[in-house]
Design a protein around this ligand. Structure first.
Ligand code: NAP
Length: 520
């Protein structure tokens, strides 16, 4: 039976009206669900969040909001198996890939619950130490951060329906802002089920969480000066959102997480029989395979010193040959289909574009199954390291290109910079001088840098994994945004204010110690 997804707005579920959009089983192409958002009153939803949800959340301390995040994590985790199955059907993810999304989401909620506990009874944050501003200490300044009075509007991509929704919600709710979530439609089944669990749990105050299943409609028209817009998706959509009249008129605070041509750089010191080389091969292939390459942090460009290009090619091809592509419900499958028909079209077109500038070593754009959104893991090699499509086109699938370079850190950084800004860069080296030179040269183009070496190989989490304690985001093409990073993740939802006045008045009320007990 086809499920009709509903939107949770103003405290009730709405079926919507107008044309329906189908959500498919990525393996069988069967229509699993439909959704439509015509006729829903989003103006009323904004008013409900601003008038009901926001005040209720702001009445709670950080610790109390943190308790609610933990309760949500527990409630969602109790439905884990059901959510993993839905993900496998709708997004075509293997069980491991489904866990990456669903468990990643609950773990991020739990991490922010813990942060809330640490922030204690406060309802605002003191920001740094106070500062003497006058001739004497009498005239004093103190920065504070208070929750914004609007709605946190979250527009998310299709590839992480659980994690994307929960990592953004964790930060907004802990900061004290009500959430209006709009997931990517193609895989919204998992997000919708989570929304049901959140609502049924009764953990959040009325109006603190609303959910829009399907097209955005007039969502952005309602944005106002106290709202925040957090977007994850393509650069093309991000450009439309940024240019929206309401966003411009009200200077709506906007965070964008967009495309990224992440690079892995193998250092010239790394021998083929070293742990670091193994780690490099393992991580590059993981990024191709995991979530069928539909990961914003996946490596798209693989820079190898020309002297090691042969060894890298051979090792990567051998590991790629071990990938078992097929029905993600089967135990032996290690890579499922892409998430949607549109994705399959885009990825096939993208591979064909890359193939104009690079040689296909494995895979290619051809269909590999009669049914389902399948594509082969694809590795290409560029003979010209500066070939434009390789640094310009993000092919959002199991696709990466080998790029031989001289082995000099400055050249690697110059090539990586051609991608115009990335979420994460990974370096593989045991040479401190190369590591330092490369990190400093790459840093301005990245939100995160990951350095692999022999000493951490056994313990490291892969570079594609976004952790709540570390910032996620990147400059330029990557969107220019920043999410997570522990307490930093709350910044989008808080207004920083410099309070200036008599020290005897300002410091006791707003200084660090005062904030621990005072209400906002
Ligand atoms: P997308 O097509 O840009 O869509 C993203 C979201 O925007 C979806 O919810 C979509 O809704 C919505 N949307 C589209 N047009 C809109 C409009 N005019 N107004 C308001 N909302 C609108 O991206 P996608 O295909 O879902 O995701 C793939 C892209 O996301 C890739 O480029 C990938 O790199 C990027 N991504 C980045 C990150 C990161 O953290 N940096 C993470 C994941 C993905 P519908 O689904 O209803 O069309």
């Amino acid at each position: 039976m086809t499920i009709r997804l509903t939107s949770f707005l103003c405290g009730a579920w709405h079926a919507g009206a107008g044309p329906e959009r189908p959500l498919t089983d990525a393996t069988t192409e069967e229509v699993l669900a439909t959704c439509r958002t015509g006729g829903v009153d989003l103006g009323a939803a904004f008013a409900h969040a601003r008038g009901v949800g926001g005040p209720a959340l702001r009445a709670l301390s950080f610790a109390e909001r943190g308790e609610r995040l933990q309760a949500l994590a527990t409630a969602i985790h109790a439905h884990r198996d059901e959510l993993l199955d839905l993900s496998t059907a709708n997004a075509g993810t293997t069980r491991g890939d489904s866990k990456f999304d669903v468990d990643g989401g609950t773990a991020t909620l739990a991490a922010y619950a813990e942060l809330g506990r640490g922030l204690g009874d406060r309802r605002f944050l003191s920001d740094g130490p106070g500062v003497a501003l006058g001739r004497t200490a009498r005239f004093w300044g103190q920065h504070i951060q208070v929750p914004r009075l609007g709605v946190a509007v979250h527009v998310n991509a299709f590839n992480f329906p659980a994690w994307n929704m929960l990592e953004k919600a964790a930060c907004a709710l802990l900061a004290g802002m009500p959430v209006l979530e709009k997931p990517g439609t193609a895989t919204a089944l998992v997000a919708w089920r989570i929304a049901q669990i959140v609502v049924d749990s009764g953990v959040l105050p009325d109006g603190a969480f609303q959910f829009l299943a399907g097209g955005a409609g007039d969502l952005l028209d309602h944005l106002g000066p106290q709202d925040a817009l957090a977007f994850t998706g393509s650069s093309a959509t991000a450009a439309q959102l940024r240019a929206h009249p309401a966003v411009i008129r009200h200077n709506v605070r906007t965070n964008v997480e967009a495309d990224s041509l992440n690079a892995a750089v193998l250092g010239p010191d790394v021998a083929e029989d070293s742990e670091t080389f193994k780690l490099f091969v393992q991580n590059v292939v993981l990024d191709l395979r995991q979530k069928t390459g539909q990961k914003c942090t996946a490596v798209r460009r693989v820079l190898v010193p020309a002297a090691r290009a042969g060894a890298a090619r051979e090792a990567l091809l051998a590991r790629l040959g071990e990938i078992v592509t097929g029905d993600p419900r089967r135990r032996e499958t290690t890579m499922g289909p892409l998430a949607s028909a549109q994705q399959l079209r885009d990825v096939r077109t993208g591979i064909a574009r890359l193939a104009t500038a690079a040689r296909v070593l494995a895979g290619g754009p051809e269909p590999i199954a009669e049914r389902g959104w399948f594509v082969a893991p694809t590795l290409l090699e560029a003979s010209d390291p500066e070939a434009e499509p390789v640094h310009r086109d993000e092919v959002f699938g199991p696709v990466a290109t080998l790029i031989p370079y001289s082995g000099a850190a400055a050249e690697a950084a110059a090539l990586v910079a051609r991608g115009e800004g990335s979420l994460v860069g990974s370096l593989y080296t045991n040479d401190p001088a190369f590591a330092e030179a490369a990190v400093l040269a790459l840093a301005p183009w990245h939100g995160r840098l990951w350095v692999g070496s022999d000493r951490m190989a056994e313990q490291s989490l892969p570079p594609g994994m976004v952790l709540p304690a570390m910032v996620h985001g990147g400059p330029g093409r990557a969107g220019g945004g920043e999410e997570l990073g522990g307490e930093r993740g709350l910044a989008l939802y808080l207004q920083r204010v410099a309070v200036q006045g008599f020290k005897g008045l300002v410091a006791p009320a707003f200084g660090a110690r005062a904030a621990e007990t005072a209400g906002a």
